[in-house]
Design a protein. Sequence first.
Length: 221
Amino acid sequence: MNIQIQFGNKPVEAVGGAEGQQLVDSVHGKYYQANQEYSVFSHAPTPLGLAIPIYTDTALAGAMPIWNPIGSGVKVVLAKAHISRVSGTAAVVNFGLYARNGMGSVIGTGQQATAFAETVPINGQLGLVNSIAGTGGGPTSRVKSSRAGTVTVTAGVAAEFVEALGGSGIEANATTNGISLINHDFDGRIEVYPGTMVWVASVLASVALYMTQLSWYEISL
């Protein structure tokens, strides 16, 4: 059976595979359409990096937390995570994504978050980068995220572990010779609903500084 799909002013015939599946060819990158419809956001520290906290820490400055508060009206779909060492003594360590429910939307004494230094993430539709005006620029993020400053929450637990991101095989390395690089694609598996926060953490404390980046897009509920 032949199926014709209208593409602009020209009908295009769909092509089927041996098992009857429709075959398609990607014109743009994987997250191009998501960026057109929703904007793909990302955040990372300065190029000098920050330390990644151990999962039991209460201070999450280098964890790149994304908090989807109650009332945001969106769900967060994680796209990619990137971790690379910048400087300092690193250890053999694993990094993972952690999540916490019941975060609500309030910051203060007696809440899950007692401090949250919210920062503005980079919009994939670049319209204002480093104060240089340009064209484009998609919608603003409707969730809370932080790539610097004080973020304080109640202590984490192992049960909040969600997904492994990768590990560093550099043991007690204080030079610039070692390589530590993680590029993790969530591939649409992780959706963060209102009242939930996610962040990156390690299983061991380390004084090394890392360039840690999380990217995501937001879909209205």
